[in-house]
Design a protein around this ligand. Structure first.
Ligand code: FES
Length: 122
């Protein structure tokens, strides 16, 4: 059901784990499947210097979190806000239709983490 890239990110997730003293945290869940994703970001000079995740969910959700962290590391907050779930799914080489909501979680959790950071510094 999953392509090789998705399986690789699922089996060898990049940047997995909780972050000590993050600048912002975003947490989202999906009511239907019950999966939960938490994204931690460390921001310096308006850039995402570091990012990590904790995901309790399916393989696609874990692969999406992992890919997301690779995609946004080093990006400015404005650039990161433009990342969509389709960007995440496309970089994974595509996800099955029924699993597209899993990549949604990743984009939404990232955006929430950025909003959390911005609400603290304003
Ligand atoms: Fe819900 Fe994957 S099945 S996040």
């Amino acid at each position: 059901m999953y392509n090789e890239k998705v399986i690789d990110h699922f089996q060898n997730p990049r940047n997995a784990g909780e972050m000590f003293d993050p600048s912002g945290v975003g947490e989202v869940g999906n009511m239907k499947c019950g999966d939960i994703m938490k994204i931690f970001i460390k921001v310096e000079n308006d850039r995402i210097e570091d990012i990590s995740f904790l995901t309790f969910g399916c393989g696609a959700a874990i692969a999406s979190s992992s890919m997301l962290t690779e995609l946004v590391k080093g990006k400015t907050l404005d650039e990161a806000m433009k990342i969509t779930n389709m960007d995440v799914a496309n970089h994974l080489g595509g996800l099955p239709e029924a699993k597209l909501h899993c990549s949604n979680l990743a984009a939404d959790a990232l955006h929430k983490a950025i909003e959390d950071y911005r609400s603290k510094v304003q």
